[in-house]
Design a protein around this ligand. Structure first.
Ligand SMILES: NC(=O)c1ccc[n+]([C@@H]2O[C@H](COP(=O)([O-])OP(=O)(O)OC[C@H]3O[C@@H](n4cnc5c(N)ncnc54)[C@H](O)[C@@H]3O)[C@@H](O)[C@H]2O)c1
Ligand SMILES: [Zn+2]
Length: 660
């Protein structure tokens, strides 16, 4: 027991030092598990409490270039994972208003203003003394006003994060030296000495704490906003139940937001109440951090398999020792392409960091700690021949993606057929991947049209199939014939054409797949959100499969646009005529107060004449905001001079036009 406590204390101290030095050796979830274990052991055996106790430390006394002492300690937060802990928090402060906000995953900073001017930006450091990083913060952080309209001494604390969009853009521009995750990226940026060298790594500051020597508003959020800060998205709650709902809402939105978050923070909304609640050794009493499931974990990369996709792309797939991350157990992850493997220095046998955020396919972000290597690791060697057909591979593009261009490659054929039969395309429910493989191996299936030539008699010639299943398969194929334009485009696995492309072609007025094939690139580029590359790929691919389209038609498959995919009829006197809109946030009908799914609301807007786009750009006319919209989205719209309109206004127009 005592030994385990000592071992944990030693390990935690070691990991903290590495982490706060910018070189974490394990994912946060694994570190947190060690802390949890130590906390539990100490609760049962307080007599073995180590000194110093690493659980009471804040940050780490890393090497400071320009140490600054904090006016009051910058602390850690008490952690919660269960609803009971949220209830206990409310019971501690009866009658108080509590704000619930995202727990941003970045780097905490204190900004000190003296007589209205930004005097210093300081990192948390060990909680007592931090590092002066004013030069970098002034140059690189959005959301840090250089002056505030309040005299005396004002201290604003908050989190500097790298927005996910900035992170993605950076990694796309620098595939050779990618950043591992937004949090490390933010920490590394603040640590840089020369702002010019890291200019592409802009940060965004979200404020969540305010001290002022002269009068500032009592409410935290109001106080921050009045001074011109982007406050973390705060929602007021008066009961534990409400808070629990907001916590769930934040967790549900997590994947959509432009920043990483690892939980929700509850905090007394009134600034003086928060101060009066006081502190423990390493956390304030007036706040509580509710932790979410980890989006990153480490595990061992046991092998890499090169998989032949439906478009002929040969993609490396990581085989992993099973790991619970992002809410599920992950055993496979993508490694993108050989350039990514090279840039991230990944080898088979490495302990790698796996990231799974929201609906994103899990991917290997990189190797955290190369010092763990034993020498047994093996290089990942890309194949020179197709693992399925043995044909030599072609490299394409800067990332040197590998392709098998053999049209009769068996693996590709099977993938294309499985894709055609999938739910998003023809939806041939009763013919699963195993059967498709058998039928492809026998030569019965080569192209999608071959499904429609299968007969019950032919199926019964195979082993292990009964009359009933053969009949079901044929019925399922028969029932799938009304494929329609949209799902046919999806089903043909045309390189670069997404499900969105397919939907937009229907909305743009194309009546059949043949019409798209004949349109020519110029006409296709005119469709909203279809660029020249997609147009070219559509044209080239459809030309190549023209005989197959004829066969599909001959066998009774519909490639005509379906009613439900047509553009909605624009109502007379349409109030949103000609407007390109983006919808964000939670939408609800003001009359019933009921939640309305976003696609349904989008359809109403379209019937009012609007064109809906997926993200705000210079060509957007308005951003329609529902409830609980993150500050960063609004900031982006305002920067691009896009009108920000509350949903209530749109509802009013929809209702008076008789559309809703
Ligand atoms: N991987 C490792 O080896 C390793 C080692 C040490 C710590 N860590 C990780 O570092 C994290 C740091 O723990 P900690 O004690 O510094 O922080 P914490 O998890 O206790 O949270 C406190 C911090 O949360 C931040 N924060 C974000 N949004 C906030 C909000 N809305 N209101 C208030 N604060 C907000 C602040 O910067 C504050 O300093 C943990 O997630 C831990 O897993 C990892
Ligand atoms: Zn091949």
């Amino acid at each position: 027991m005592k030994e385990r406590i000592e071992e944990l204390a030693r390990r935690i101290t070691e990991l903290r030092a590495a982490y706060y030095d910018g070189a974490p050796q394990v994912a946060d979830a694994e570190y947190d598990a060690l802390e949890d274990e130590l906390r539990e052991l100490l609760a049962a055996h307080p007599e073995h409490t180590p000194s110093p106790n690493p659980l009471e430390a804040v940050g780490a006394p890393s090497v400071l270039h320009a140490p600054v002492r904090h006016s009051r300690p910058m602390l850690s937060l008490e952690k919660a994972t269960k609803p009971e802990q949220v209830e206990a928090f409310f019971e501690r402060f009866p009658g108080q208003s509590v704000v619930v906000m995202p727990k941003l995953d970045g780097l905490s900073l204190a900004l000190v203003y003296e007589d209205g001017r930004l005097a210093r930006a300081v990192t948390r450091g060990d909680g007592t003394t931090g590092d002066d990083v004013t030069v970098i913060v002034r140059a690189l952080a959005d959301g840090v006003p250089s002056s505030v309209e309040l005299g005396g001494r004002v201290e604003v604390r908050g989190e500097a994060v790298m927005l996910r969009s900035t992170f993605a853009a950076y990694n796309e521009a620098h595939p050779d030296k990618p950043l591992i995750n937004p949090r490390n990226a933010a920490a590394g940026t603040v640590r840089a000495k020369d702002p010019a060298a890291v200019a592409e790594r802009r940060l965004h500051f979200f404020a969540f704490d305010l001290d002022a020597s002269e009068g500032a508003e009592a409410d935290l959020e109001a106080g921050l906003k009045t001074l011109g800060f982007d406050a973390a998205d705060m929602r007021h709650c008066s009961t534990a139940e409400e808070a629990q709902q907001v916590i769930s809402a934040i967790e549900a939105e997590r994947a959509e937001l432009d920043y990483d978050l690892d939980g929700a923070v509850l905090r007394l909304a009134d600034r003086s109440a928060f101060a009066a609640a006081g502190t423990r050794s390493s956390s304030p009493r007036g706040a509580l951090a509710y932790k979410f499931a980890a989006e990153e974990k480490t595990t061992v990369l046991s092998d890499v398999v090169w998989d032949v996709g439906k478009t002929g792309k040969i993609a490396p797939v990581a085989w992993l020792e099973p790991v619970f991350v992002g809410g599920t157990t992950v055993t496979r992850a993508t490694l993108a392409n050989q350039e990514v493997i090279r840039a991230r220095g990944i080898k088979i046998g490495d302990t790698v960091l796996v990231r799974r955020a929201g609906d994103v396919i899990p991917f290997v972000a990189g190797v955290l700690d190369e010092s763990k290597r034993t020498g047994e690791e093996r290089d990942i060697i890309p194949p020179s021949e197709c693992p399925s057909c043995g044909e030599p591979l072609t490299e394409r593009g800067e990332s040197r993606e590998l392709f098998c261009t053999n049209l009769s490659c068996p693996a590709q054929t099977v993938r294309r057929l499985i894709h055609w039969a999938s739910r998003a395309a023809a939806d041939i429910e009763a013919v699963g991947p195993v059967w498709i493989e058998r039928l492809a191996a026998s030569g019965d299936l080569v192209e999608p049209s071959d499904f429609y030539a299968l007969t019950k008699e032919r199926l019964l010639e195979f082993d292990r199939i009964g009359e009933v299943s053969a009949e079901r398969m044929i019925e399922s194929i028969e029932a799938s014939k009304n494929v329609g334009l949209r799902r046919a485009v999806i089903g043909l696995a045309i390189p670069m054409a997404s499900e969105g492309t397919a939907a937009r072609l229907c909305r743009a007025g194309f009546r059949s797949l043949e019409e798209v094939a004949d349109a020519g690139e110029e006409k296709l580029v005119a469709v909203e959100d279809i660029g020249p590359k997609v147009a070219e790929s559509l044209t080239r691919h459809l030309e190549r499969v023209r005989p197959e389209l004829e066969k599909l038609r001959e066998r009774g498959v519909s490639l005509d646009v379906r009613e439900e995919d047509l553009p909605p009829e624009v109502a007379a006197g349409a109030p949103l005529e000609g407007k390109t809109v983006v919808i964000t946030g939670a939408i609800s009908d003001p009359r019933s107060g009921e939640k309305v799914p976003r696609p349904a609301f989008q359809r109403l807007c379209e019937r009012a004449g609007a064109t809906a786009a997926s993200s705000v750009s210079a060509s957007t006319d308005m951003l329609i905001t529902g409830a609980d919209v993150g500050a960063s989205k609004i900031a982006k719209a305002e920067k691009l001079e896009v009108a920000v309109v509350d949903q209530s206004e749109i509802w009013q127009q929809l209702i008076s036009a008789g559309i809703a």
